[in-house]
Design a protein around this ligand. Structure first.
Ligand code: 4AD
Ligand code: MG
Length: 430
């Protein structure tokens, strides 16, 4: 008999099916063994009644241990009291491999222990839900951008220069030359938009950040759309539309996952365009009124971001940061050259910055000056300067951090659970 997936059992009520999976947990009631079986697609209760199975199969149900691999056969029955609404009345149980002393038991474990066992922890319910939301987020982002005329152009991982400041570069060696793991594909896609109009890259980014916070990974994934002939306002419009679309798709396609995560979805349902906008200078004023004074030109810390976002139900754009607290490529505000045409999108509920972006410098002279001011090695940026020599246009773009977005949509505390094998400060195992 061919096997079926647990997520499809509703189509087989009254029929005998075979499921290949693992034992999630078990309740022993003597003549009745309640096996919770998972197969990657879902979880189902499978009931072994001693009279309904060959003696050998019932014995397998009695001895099978947590996370043993097993193949079960039984009749699908509607059972409102069972998780998912269906259960299997078993006629056979076959153990594929008997697992001994699975380390992650239903009791509470410390985070270090769980991280050491990340390769096994992935099997647990909450982790399953989070990583499925992540996949849904990625799928929705790609669908949105592909449908809006953005061409996927992937950018190099090994790069000769910095995009987001020299302090967080991961250095390596490239046949006798210095190379760095990419911090962002942006500079390259500023080149590709001059060929294709609108592009995006989607890949890993690396930052040797010495910060051990619940929002920082050393290796994270970012989607970076870039648009020719687009100013800051259009950039923000695409950002709010993209994020709203992603939230809508996750609400639609991840109902079970969000339920497992006990996510308050009413908060997510409010995420529709337009998002509120507030300038950096106005934020400073608000912080001052709240007794949290910050010197002009200082970047916000996590507590400031939380305080700002708490004023809104939707994500909020903070725009026009002082040029000196942003990267070298940010266009200057024509109304005040000390300000940049930049914006960060801060998520509600204390999740902080999930998008950074803005308009790029189009003028050759200003870009040359900024490269010098930031003491960047000019030779490495000659190709980038060429983009201002040959058909320069106003252009904008942004980077959305996948893991920060998933942390927020799942409503979980720490970013490390949103990627299968997180790289965090001081941890590279497993
Ligand atoms: O604000 P960032 O540094 O912007 C850039 O890299 C631009 N070059 C993007 C662009 O305009 N094309 O990073 C963008 C986003 C952040 O808002 C955050 O969501 C995420 O990337 N991010 C991180 N996520 C996890 N761990 C880290 N260490 C992160 N650093 C940035
Ligand atoms: Mg940023």
């Amino acid at each position: 008999m061919s096997s079926v997936l647990i997520r499809d059992v509703a189509n087989f009520v009254g029929q005998e099916v075979t499921i290949r999976g693992w034992l999630y947990n078990k309740t022993d009631k003597g003549r009745l063994q309640f096996l919770m079986v998972r197969d990657g697609s879902g979880l189902i209760q499978a009931v072994a009644f001693n009279k309904a199975l060959p003696a050998e199969a019932f014995q397998a149900a009695q001895v099978v241990t947590q996370e043993s691999s097993l193949i079960v056969t039984g009749t699908v029955q509607q059972e409102p009291r069972a998780p998912g609404g269906y259960e299997l009345a078993l006629s056979n149980v076959e153990i594929v491999q008997l697992a001994q002393d699975y380390p992650i038991t239903p009791k509470e474990h410390g985070i270090d222990f769980l991280m050491d066992n990340r390769h096994l922890w992935l099997r647990s319910r909450v982790q399953w839900a989070v990583l499925r939301v992540r996949a849904a987020v990625v799928r929705a982002i790609r669908d949105y951008l592909d449908n809006q005329g953005f061409l996927l152009v992937d950018c190099p991982i090994l790069t000769p220069s910095a995009c987001e400041g020299t302090t967080t570069l991961f250095e390596t060696e490239y046949f006798g030359e210095k190379a760095y793991l990419t911090q962002s594909g942006q500079l390259y896609n500023e080149a590709t938009i001059m060929a294709f109009g609108r592009t995006y890259c989607f890949g890993p980014a690396f930052r040797a950040e010495k910060s051990k916070t619940r929002r920082h990974l050393i290796e994270f994934w970012m989607v970076e759309p870039e648009m020719a002939y687009a100013g800051l306002e259009e950039c923000l419009r695409v950002e709010e539309e993209l994020l709203s679309y992603v939230v809508m798709r996750v609400l639609e396609s991840c109902k079970e996952e969000l339920q497992i995560l006990e996510r308050d979805t009413t908060k997510l349902e409010q995420i529709v365009p337009p998002f509120p906008r507030i300038s950096y200078n106005d934020v400073l004023q608000l912080l001052k009124e709240a007794g949290e004074e910050l010197a002009w030109g200082e970047d916000f810390g996590a507590p400031h971001e939380v305080a700002i976002a708490a004023r809104y139900d939707k994500p909020v754009f903070v725009h026009r940061y002082p040029a000196k607290c942003k990267a070298f490529y940010m266009a200057a505000d024509p109304e005040n050259p000390e300000l940049s045409l930049s914006a960060d999108l801060l998520a509600p509920e204390g999740y902080g910055e999930i998008i950074g972006g803005g308009e790029r410098i189009a003028s050759l002279e200003l870009l040359e000056a900024r490269i010098a001011e930031h003491q960047l090695p000019r030779e490495a940026y000659e190709w980038y300067l060429d983009l201002r020599r040959y058909g320069s246009v106003p252009h904008s773009g942004f980077g959305l951090g996948i893991e920060r977005t998933v942390t927020y949509l799942c409503g979980i505390h720490h970013i490390r659970e949103t990627i299968a094998f997180p790289r965090t400060l001081g941890r590279m195992y497993p």
